[in-house]
Design a protein around this ligand. Structure first.
Ligand code: NAP
Ligand code: MG
Length: 501
């Protein structure tokens, strides 16, 4: 592994637009106000996890601010430029937003990289994915059809789709822009308005995205963004009686609390939660491709990905070959300043995450897992932890059961297909799984047998706006992307007419 020892803050160049965005104190986005101070006047500092220095200051929202945002969002529901506007108008806003995202690709990527440490090449990919999500959902407003139903005579029965109203969205720090797009795209396509809270540690890119939406003419109040803490702003959105639906992506414990609170208020609550994804390599796989594909998926975003293939199960016949190749690819990774386009692994997002991942590395060692690659936290500044592989792991070890959310991979051995399925399914999480095999029948069997909301075959981590995504059980209760997501932001109403009257 190669890494730059210390990254001098002075050598880090970003565009003038990004510099100006960071230098201006950033406010709340409520209604037509794009730069409002919080009602309590408090702010928080955003930290660059690469240098541990403050990037800038952001207004912190309060319960009062959430009330104001919900009021603005409620008003926007009937604003002539939104509620009564034609579906084609809503489509146009989303297409224009997609174009604006593409036009501001570099600035959005720089903010993401500075704020949460994601390597810039990965941040650019995220921005491209966000534009694709808005383009996909731009196609939906004009296609949300109801139905005429075969009811008995002399009645005429029809079902029509309506927006839910004001929706609340709460996003995690690991894919700030992508997660925001998964909520904004379908919510707006269906004609709702939104109050969104990004994670405190990485709020910048969502603020710029909101400005871009206003820049393409999205009416005031349709998209409101309130940065601030989860316990204050997030909780206030969840508890607000006029918010019809909550869409939350984040950890399982917080998701559970939000589900409980939401049910008290009779809200629709969609949660996308944690993962501990199985990744199974069968002996008939292209072993090199499996090793490289798994490494790429595992070390992206320094392992801070809900679907990261953290539990790798390798057939005993190819175990040594696979682990050797995996170790070689991992050992050659370039760790360093995420602004450098050559960097493959950046820092972890925060001091808290850094401490937690280091603790898991210690736990794995104490449990008897064998350290094969990495294992060291680098001396600061910056929250860098080496990509780390543990072999000879057993499924009952904490390192194989709990979500580490960092660059730590565990490798386990199996003998039969049945054993692989049993091991993979023996997990509290059911978010995603991957299989590497060249046997079509086996691939299809695995697609049925694995308990996971997504099963990838000979690839990993690929999402597409046209295909829904989500987990089961402790990994979530809903789907994002695709038709399912836009429908989840609607309710259907039946209308029945007596034709003899
Ligand atoms: P988190 O701690 O659960 O926080 C997620 C969001 O919820 C943040 O905006 C947070 O605000 C807010 N929040 C915290 N407490 C809250 C409360 N009581 N009421 C309302 N909102 C509250 O998760 P994270 O650490 O940001 O993200 C990592 C987790 O997200 C991992 O478990 C990962 O697997 C999961 N994830 C899942 C998916 C998926 O699609 N299934 C995708 C990405 C990530 P603050 O942090 O600003 O206080
Ligand atoms: Mg930050």
């Amino acid at each position: 592994m190669t890494h730059e020892a210390v990254i001098p803050a002075s050598s880090r160049k970003v565009s003038a637009a990004t510099q100006a965005f960071l230098e201006a104190p950033q406010g709340l986005r409520i209604g037509s106000d794009t730069d409002r101070e919080g009602s309590t006047g408090t702010t928080f500092d955003s930290i660059d996890p690469t240098t541990e220095r403050t990037l800038g200051t952001i207004a912190s929202g309060s319960t009062r601010d959430v009330e104001d945002a919900v009021a603005a969002a409620t008003k926007a529901l009937s604003a002539p430029a939104w509620g009564p506007a034609s579906p084609a108008t809503r489509a146009r806003y989303l297409f224009d937003l997609a174009d604006a995202v593409t036009a501001h690709r570099e600035q959005l990527a720089e903010l993401e990289t500075l704020d949460m440490g994601k390597p810039i090449a990965q941040a650019r990919d995220d921005v491209d994915g966000v534009a694709a999500v808005f383009r996909y959902y731009g196609g939906w407003p004009t296609k949300l059809e109801g139905s005429i139903n075969p009811v008995r005579q002399p009645y005429f029965g029809m079902t029509q789709l309506e927006p839910l109203g004001v929706c609340g969205a709460i996003t995690p720090w690991n894919f700030p822009l992508v997660m925001a797009s998964h909520k904004i795209g379908p919510a707006l396509a269906a004609g709702n308005t939104l109050v969104l809270k990004p994670a405190e540690v990485s709020s910048y890119s969502t603020l710029l995205l909101t400005d871009l939406a206003r820049g393409v003419g999205l009416p005031p109040g349709v998209l409101n963004v309130i940065p601030g803490s989860g316990r204050v702003v997030g909780q206030a959105i969840v508890d607000h009686p006029d918010v019809a639906k909550i869409s939350f992506t984040g950890s399982t414990p917080v998701g559970r609390a939000i589900l409980e609170a939401g049910s008290r208020h009779m809200k629709k609550v969609n949660v996308e939660l944690g993962g501990k994804s199985a990744n199974i390599v069968f002996p008939d796989a292209d072993v090199r491709a499996a090793a490289r594909g798994s490494a790429e998926a595992m070390w992206e975003n320094a392992g801070q990905i809900c679907v990261a293939p953290t539990r790798m199960f390798v057939h005993e016949d190819v175990y040594d070959e696979l682990v050797d190749e995996l170790a070689r690819v991992t050992g050659a990774l370039r760790i360093g300043d995420p602004l450098n386009p050559e960097t493959e692994v950046g820092p972890l997002v925060s001091k808290a995450q850094y401490a937690s991942v280091r603790e898991y590395i210690d736990i794995a060692g104490a449990e008897g897992a064998r350290l094969r690659v990495g294992g060291r936290a680098l001396d600061g500044p910056g929250y860098f932890v080496e990509p780390t592989i543990f072999t000879e792991v057993h499924n009952d070890m904490r390192i194989a059961r709990e979500e580490v959310f960092g660059p730590v991979l565990t490798v386990l051995r199996f003998r039969t297909e049945e054993e692989a399925v049993a091991l993979a399914n023996d997990s509290a999480y059911d978010l995603a799984a991957a299989v590497w095999t060249r046997d079509v029948s086996r691939a299809l069997r695995m697609g049925k047998a694995l308990h996971a909301g997504t099963v990838w075959v000979n690839t990993h981590g690929r999402l597409d706006p046209a295909q829904s995504f989500g987990g089961y059980s402790k990994s979530g209760n809903s789907r994002e992307l695709g038709r399912e997501s836009v429908l989840s932001y609607t309710r259907s109403k039946a209308v029945m007419i007596d034709l003899s009257a």
